[in-house]
Ligand binder design. Structure first.
Ligand SMILES: [Zn+2]
Length: 360
């Protein structure tokens, strides 16, 4: 095989490797097509996951301009003021942290008491830091963080900001991708190696454009993730495949403190099945997981308020599932909507939650 083709094959493999986002397992990436208005939900742990992280594949070509890798805030406060911390599996447990001294951020982990939480972006720590600067206690800062991350109007503003500040990153990476994989072989076989050299210099100028844009984002738009964006900028200068995915890589920080429910509600998609299930999980905490009730009390009043403001009837999420294809089922789980035959009283998947009987 000619060396040039071998080079292209290796390049393609590296490009595919760069076309993956590793988000904390509880993260949810929302995606919409270039022209579409509807968001689709991609659970970070659905395809492949490791201890803390789950994989979200990016669409190889064209760039994912409609990708919003959202994050769930990893802390909650109980009524007695105790701080609860989310594990990588989304289970909230009590921590020993009380004061600001018990909370620190060391990239990419937030250390809270005896717990360590993998964060999608340092912007999460920035939310807490802002609360501290305002003179709030850790518990107050956590409540404030939930208020901000769940707000649909803030999500709308974040989406608009991202669409404005990322406008050049929508041009450089696709030009670089097509230039590298299509135009470069064409130039090589048509005009020879000298022309290929000058064309490569032009491609590097595109990488420079990506890096410059990331430096600007770090300085002006997302100072909370300054270090990460600068690192991406440096890598974009050196590795063309990193520059080709710079839009998606930067979006991880742009939506690092935006909850997916806020994006769906502001887009009038509150009837999305994922959101309905998320709501049910908060209404029906698992009896075997005391932390479920704690996080539910942090989220539910805010979520219900936003849903009703946008004209959604949250009670519609609680109706029985459709059993037209499973007439044998006699009971259903109000949390996961699993259907069960006669004789079952509880749902094991939902911590032995009591089932509801179907109306005859
Ligand atoms: Zn269940």
């Amino acid at each position: 095989m000619p060396a040039f083709f071998e080079f292209l094959l290796v390049a393609l493999a590296l490009y595919i490797w760069e076309s993956t986002l590793w988000l904390p397992k509880q993260g949810v990436a929302l995606r919409r097509s270039w022209l579409g208005k509807k968001w689709r939900v991609i659970q970070a742990s659905a395809l492949l996951s490791m201890r803390d992280l789950g994989l979200v594949p990016m669409s190889p070509v064209p760039p994912d301009i409609g990708l919003a890798p959202c994050a769930s805030f990893p802390l909650a406060v109980a009524e007695n003021g105790e701080i609860h911390v989310s594990s990588s599996d989304g289970i909230f447990t009590h921590s020993t942290a009380r004061a600001w001294e018990d909370i620190r951020f060391s990239k990419p982990y937030l250390h809270v008491g005896q717990h360590r939480i993998r964060c999608q972006s340092p912007a999460v720590a920035q939310l807490l830091r802002d609360g501290k600067l305002q003179g709030l206690t850790p518990a107050e800062a956590i409540r404030r963080a939930w208020k901000l991350t769940l707000s649909p109007s803030r999500a709308k503003w974040e989406l608009r900001k991202w669409s404005l500040v990322s406008s050049s990153l929508r041009l450089y990476p696709p030009a670089l991708t097509f230039g590298f994989f299509l135009a470069l072989p064409f130039v090589y076989f048509t005009f020879g190696s000298v022309a290929t050299f000058w064309f490569s210099i032009w491609l590097w100028c595109l990488m420079l454009g990506c890096a410059g844009n990331l430096f600007w984002l770090a300085k002006r738009a997302y100072p909370g993730a300054r270090g990460e964006l600068r690192q991406d900028a440096l890598l974009s200068l050196l590795i063309p495949f990193h520059a080709m995915r710079s839009l998606e890589l930067a979006s991880v920080h742009a939506f690092g403190t935006t909850h997916p429910t806020a994006v769906l509600i502001q887009a009038n998609q509150a009837n999305h099945p994922w959101l309905a299930r998320f709501y049910r999980e908060k209404i029906f905490p698992r009896p075997t997981h005391p932390g479920d009730a704690v996080i539910a009390r942090n989220i539910l009043p805010l979520l219900e308020n936003h849903l009703s403001k946008y004209g959604f009837e949250s009670s519609s999420f609680l109706s029985a599932p459709d059993r037209s294809e499973d007439r044998e089922a006699s009971a259903w789980c109000p949390r996961c909507h699993g259907m069960f035959l006669q004789g079952k009283k509880t749902c094991v998947d939902c911590g032995n939650l009591r089932l509801n009987p179907f109306d005859k």
